[in-house]
Ligand binder design. Structure first.
Ligand SMILES: [Zn+2]
Length: 230
């Protein structure tokens, strides 16, 4: 990651029972922050104990975001009504904790928008964005952040207009490691260094320089996740 010129990264830990281990190795690296939360896949495990785990995690200064939280109706690992309740609960908690939320939305865009609209004070990051018009238009209107992943490098990527429509101050990039390795690394384990390929592709789609995308997305990440006034 350092060799590729990537200065910062957010480590997403969705298994709260592993969070202590993640925090301890991430603490050795000043370039890393951590996101923690109850992923929609695990929503059915939500109870007072898990809520307490999340609260405790979110006061740790290493933790820079609440997430991934959201809704996943593709896998339906947890019942949908439970997912909605756990998402709404965590969203309120994150607003209270003054943490930005990293949103996982899969085949549930209408309900994601409905839940997010009930809490307009949240700072919202739509992670690995690949949704359709409903979530896109809601996000553009509300000033949410759009984070694009290696999917933008795939031949099948069709959301060119969405990539162009996001205002520069709402643009973020990610890898979603270890999944979704970008071209030309398809089939390998994805890793933070490969975010360079996402930046390269976004620059081409938006018709700006690589350096401009790198600077814009770095500054946005520092602002959203590290609270710097850039
Ligand atoms: Zn996700």
């Amino acid at each position: 990651m350092r060799a590729a010129g990537v200065g910062r990264a957010l480590v997403v830990e969705s298994e709260l029972d592993r969070l202590d281990g993640t925090l301890s190795w991430a603490a050795d690296e000043t370039c890393l922050g951590v996101a923690a939360g109850c992923h929609p896949h695990n929503a059915r495990a939500w109870d007072d104990r898990v809520a307490e785990q999340v609260c405790r995690a979110w006061v740790n200064p290493m933790v820079r975001a609440a997430g991934e939280i959201g809704l996943d109706y593709h896998y339906d690992h947890s019942p949908r009504d439970v997912q909605r309740r756990v998402f709404a609960d965590q969203l309120s908690m994150a607003v209270d904790a003054r943490l930005p939320v990293v949103i996982h939305a899969r085949e549930a865009d209408d309900d994601v928008v409905a839940v997010l609209r009930e809490r307009p004070a949240a700072t919202v990051v739509l992670h690995s964005f690949s949704s359709g018009a409903t979530l896109r238009d809601a996000g553009l209107a509300a000033g949410w952040f759009f984070s694009f992943s290696g999917m933008v490098t795939f031949n099948s990527w069709a959301l060119l207009d969405t990539v162009r429509a996001v205002p520069a101050d709402r643009l973020l990039i990610e890898t979603d490691s270890p999944y979704l390795a970008p071209v030309p690394h398809r089939g390998k384990r994805n890793e933070p260094a490969f975010v360079v390929e996402v930046a390269r592709k976004l620059a081409a789609i938006r018709g700006v320089s690589f350096d401009e995308i790198a600077e814009t997305t770095t500054n946005n990440a520092l602002r959203v996740f590290w609270g710097q006034s850039i």
